[in-house]
Design a protein around this ligand. Structure first.
Ligand code: SF4
Ligand code: SF4
Length: 164
């Protein structure tokens, strides 16, 4: 797995133009069966993926924290939301709340998430490959294929299954 993770930025760079073109076409005319196809590809890929031997998302990129995420996680730590924010989060250039640092503070050396039950919504949904109207998050997906080996494979399988 680590070898693939190391190669991923180069592999994704090689596919960048092709993916850009593909998603531009997909956006223009998304097929009716897209949601169902993505769900199947996502389920199939994650059934064969061991995220605990990867954790590259938690190591290299952090989630956005919604107000609900902050409330829930602060409660878990028996902290005030404000206190939690001050200790762990910062506001980025776009005004979103993000982690002060990566790898994520809540990631253990064993790749387990210490706040798994209450983790941010963005973590639960990452890499968003089973999202409805998948064509709407093409820019994010193009970024994610350089981080997440499962997302990379899903996009490659998607292009093979649905040539445009
Ligand atoms: S979601 Fe992707 S990047 Fe994150 S641990 Fe799983 S395979 Fe790795
Ligand atoms: S909160 Fe948990 S799942 Fe989310 S980035 Fe941190 S370690 Fe990963």
């Amino acid at each position: 797995m680590q070898e693939l993770i190391n190669q991923l930025p180069t592999l994704a760079k090689d596919k960048y133009k092709e993916n850009k073109k593909y998603f531009a076409k997909l956006k223009k005319k998304p097929p009716k069966k897209l949601d169902q196809m993505m769900q199947e590809l996502h389920d199939e890929e994650f059934a064969a993926t061991d995220c605990l031997s990867c954790a590259n998302c938690c190591k290299t990129t952090g989630p956005l924290f919604t107000d609900k995420d902050v409330e829930r996680i602060a409660k878990f730590f028996k902290m005030k939301p404000r206190q939690f924010e001050e200790q762990y989060l910062r506001t980025d250039e776009e005004g979103d709340l993000i982690l002060k640092k990566t790898p994520c503070t809540f990631l253990g050396a064993d790749n387990y998430c210490s706040i798994y039950e209450v983790r941010p919504k963005a973590c639960r949904e990452y890499p968003h490959t089973d999202r409805k109207k998948f064509q709407q998050i093409s820019n994010l997906t193009i970024k994610n294929v350089a981080i997440c080996p499962a997302a990379f494979n899903i996009v490659e399988k998607m292009k093979a299954k649905l040539p445009l």
